[in-house]
Structures are given as structure tokens and as C-alpha cells.
Design a protein around this ligand. Structure first.
Ligand code: HAM
Length: 421
């Protein structure tokens, strides 16, 4: 039997309304903050991620779905959402508009060749927001506040916001020196990758998932002790804004994130009850990325939120979710000869904006009622029988059991009035 590739998931018809509910909440919160949707291709040139995400990251080194297309170009399925948005911003000269530029993406498919497990997929979908041109920490405070409000609205309350600052080009060299000398002292306990990356990008060792490396890096020097005046002030201002809005947070100096583009603020949101390493959302500031990808000097800040992880948490916590939508009316045909009449009534109902259906399987009246019950419709309209001669139909309210005879001209009104009761 053919199966979906490992680490991918179908969204089945009975579940799609939950996705649509998530999507509409996300759209609502994003547009309340002046963000507009952006859609970028699923494929990009591999170089975009090598330069953007960083070629010493696990994502680029181990997890990308990369292939040569028929024109021998190296193409990669998006392993994250930010780099594509930055490419689009530069290519379409959005930086020339009045700033900031605020863009969000929704249901964005992201591909990472990871070890699939609960909450870790090879194809997942992100809701992400990116703000360009805003250097003030209110830009990241706005995103964190929005995330908290959105997650609360969806029913998730037990949240923990962790923030950190990983500095800028000015403060990093001094910190790297201290970090590299600490890592050198413990070189024998580090994994092969970390030893290799130590000189090129020592920050990556802090993000290594190997147990041995985690033990060592736990006591490594932290960048917060090395921040320059500008980064330190920025971080203090961010904390003050979060406090002002009564958003609880912890400063976690061990958050460095798995992508190279971050500067200054990084943050993650987890469920207090959730499993270690499974963040609902992660993001931060990336003030050099636009320039590094060929655009002008322009700060950026954003986050990504895993949509499958949100649904998984809502279900794990048995939070009441919206019900599956259902039809309002089912038109049963009394005999086979009444199918065209039932079909016509359905067309009229739909034209009037009433969700309706009729039998498409040639079922008996009894079987049609049974099916209508399963569909959870409020009304069954019976087309045919002796009422047909009188120009009427019988309409049964399935909730009350009440039945009445209605002129065929009056079906729509009867359903609208009955549905409003
Ligand atoms: P990220 O932390 O790699 O950041 O991913 C963002 C979110 O996507 C995670 O917090 C998690 O909810 C979800 N996620 C990540 N990997 C998986 C997976 N394998 N299976 C299921 N869900 C997953 C980024 O991707 C950055 N582009 C975020 C960002 C935007 N930073 C600035 N702007």
C-alpha cells in the first residue's frame, strides 16, 4: 500500500475546519497589527538558505531537501520562512516603501529532514510574521504580545516566554573569544560537529542537541555578560515594555536559536507543561540579513509558529474546539422518480445561501433519513409523494421532531425562519 512520506501528515476533511479556524484567528490578529499577507514560493535557490540561515547550522548541513532541477540548478524546499520573505522584499524593492514593512505568512509548508516524532515533522506548516525597517525594541515586544494574545484566544494559557540577547557585530568578537577558549578547554567532550564549527561559528555549539555538548555548554560563558551598550539598552527597553504590558517572561541566556541570522533579541514560547525542546514559537531580530542577502541596510524582526504543534497542544489539553460545520438541510426523495425534484430544491436552497444536499446513491427513504441524522442537519425536506400533487413538501425539524407541510414556493422562507429560532 502506498503511504505518505515519513514525517508528513494529511489534513482530513473532518479536521480541516480546525485549520481554517486557526488560520482565521491568525489573519485577524496579524491584520489588527497592520501586517499584510505575503506568499513566496515553496522552492528557492539553495544558496539563499546557505547564505541566509547559515551553512554551519544543522538546518543547512543536515536537514534540507535539496535537489538539482532539470536545468541543473540547485533548488531547496523551504526549510524556514524568513529567508524567502527577505528575498522577496529585496527583489520587489519593498524596502523603498514607507517603513516599516509588515508581512505575515500562513500555512507556509516548511521541510526539514528531521527524525520524525510527536511534534517533529518533516513537513510542517508555519504562521510567521516579519517586520522590516524597525530598529526599536517595540517591534519585537509587539510580536511577543501578539503571540501571547493569539495563543490565549485559541485557548492556550500555560505559556512561558523566554528571551535572550545574542548581541551584534560589536559585542560578539569579545564574547566569541571567551566562548572559544572555554570550548577548547573541553574539546575532548564535544561532538565532531562542534569541534569543526568551533572556530567558524562557536555559537552553534550552544545549540547542539548532543547530550555531551549540552553538559559542557551549560556552564559556558553567556553573551549577556558581554553585550555592548547599544545591545544592552535595547534589551532593557524590551524587558521594560514587556513588564509594562504585564507579559511574564524569563531571561534564558542559553537560547541561541538554530539559525544564524539573529542579532540582539531572540525568544521562544513554550507550554509550561510541554515537552522539552518543543517550542510553539521562536523568533528574534535579524538586523543584518537584508544586507547580507544583497539589500540595503535594514533591520528585521519576526517569529514562526508551528501550526501542527498548536493543534497538538489544543488536543493534548482537551481544550474545547469548534465543531465540524454541517449542512442545514437535507432533501430526501420519496421515490426514485422524485430525485430531479429533490435535486432542484437543493439548487434553490444553495442559491439562497442555505447549505443543503440530497441523495446521490439512490438510497431508500429510511436510509436517507439515517444519513441525514449522521450529517446532523436541522431540517429534512421530503420531496415527492402525495404532497407533490398539491405543490407542497413535508419539512421535518430534526431537533424537535415537528413536521409541517409547506408550499414549494415557501421552502426557503420556512428554513430561514426555522433556522433562526
Ligand atoms: P524555528 O524555531 O526553527 O524558527 O521554527 C518556528 C516554529 O516552527 C517552532 O517553534 C515550532 O513550533 C515549529 N517547528 C519547527 N520545526 C518543526 C518540526 N520539525 N515539526 C513541527 N513543527 C516545527 C524559524 O523557522 C524562524 N524562521 C522563525 C523566525 C521568523 N525568526 C524570525 N522570523
Amino acid at each position: 500500500m502506498l503511504q505518505a512520506p515519513k514525517g508528513t501528515k494529511d489534513v482530513l476533511p473532518q479536521d480541516s475546519h480546525l485549520w481554517q479556524w486557526l488560520e482565521s484567528a491568525m489573519r485577524k490578529f496579524a491584520s489588527l497589527a497592520g501586517y499584510q499577507e505575503i506568499r513566496t514560493p515553496v522552492i528557492e535557490h539553495t544558496e539563499l538558505f546557505q547564505r541566509g540561515v547559515g551553512d554551519t547550522t544543522d538546518i543547512v548541513q543536515k536537514e534540507m531537501y535539496t535537489f538539482l532541477d532539470k536545468g541543473k540548478r540547485s533548488i531547496t524546499l523551504k526549510p524556514e520562512g524568513t529567508a524567502g520573505v527577505v528575498r522577496a522584499l529585496i527583489e520587489n524593492r519593498l524596502y523603498a516603501n514607507a517603513q516599516p514593512t509588515k508581512a505575515y505568512y500562513l500555512n507556509c509548508p516548511i521541510f526539514r529532514y528531521e527524525n520524525p516524532q510527536s511534534g517533529r515533522l518533516r513537513e510542517h506548516h508555519q504562521f510567521g510574521m516579519e517586520c522590516f525597517g524597525a530598529k526599536e525594541p517595540s517591534a519585537e515586544a509587539e510580536l511577543i504580545a501578539l503571540l501571547i494574545e493569539l495563543l490565549k484566544y485559541l485557548g492556550l494559557n500555560n505559556l512561558e516566554v523566554s528571551i535572550n540577547s545574542i548581541g551584534c557585530k560589536n559585542c560578539r568578537p569579545k564574547y566569541y573569544k571567551a566562548l572559544v577558549s572555554y570550548l577548547r578547554e573541553h574539546k575532548d567532550s564535544l561532538c565532531k560537529d562542534c569541534v569543526e564549527r568551533m572556530d567558524r561559528n562557536p555559537l552553534r555549539a550552544l545549540d547542539c542537541k548532543e547530550e555531551g555538548c549540552k553538559l559542557i555548554t551549560k556552564d559556558a560563558p553567556v553573551i549577556l555578560d558581554y553585550l555592548c551598550q547599544e545591545c544592552s539598552t535595547h534589551f532593557e527597553k524590551l524587558k521594560a515594555l514587556l513588564e509594562q504590558e504585564q507579559i511574564k517572561f524569563t531571561v534564558n541566556p542559553h537560547i541561541v536559536r538554530g539559525l544564524d541570522y539573529y542579532t540582539k533579541t531572540v525568544f521562544e514560547i513554550i507550554m509550561k507543561t510541554g515537552r522539552e525542546g518543543l517550542a510553539l514559537s521562536g523568533g528574534g531580530r535579524y538586523d543584518y540579513l537584508v544586507e547580507e542577502l544583497g539589500g540595503p541596510e535594514m533591520p528585521g524582526v519576526g517569529f514562526g509558529l508551528g501550526m501542527e504543534r498548536i493543534l497538538m497542544e489544543l488536543q493534548n489539553q482537551h481544550i474545547a474546539l469548534p465543531e465540524e460545520p454541517h449542512l442545514t438541510a437535507y432533501v430526501a426523495s420519496v421515490g426514485n422518480e422524485d430525485i430531479p425534484m429533490a435535486f432542484h430544491i437543493v439548487q434553490d436552497l444553495r442559491k439562497a445561501g442555505i447549505a443543503a444536499d440530497c441523495d446521490h446513491l439512490g438510497r431508500s427513504m429510511k436510509a436517507q433519513f439515517k444519513f441525514a441524522n449522521k450529517l446532523n442537519v436541522k431540517f429534512v425536506i421530503m420531496a415527492g409523494g402525495e404532497e407533490k400533487e398539491r405543490g407542497t413538501v413535508r419539512v421535518r425539524n430534526m431537533h424537535t421532531g415537528e413536521e409541517k407541510e409547506v408550499s414549494t414556493d415557501n421552502i426557503i422562507n420556512t428554513i430561514i425562519e426555522g433556522d433562526n429560532k
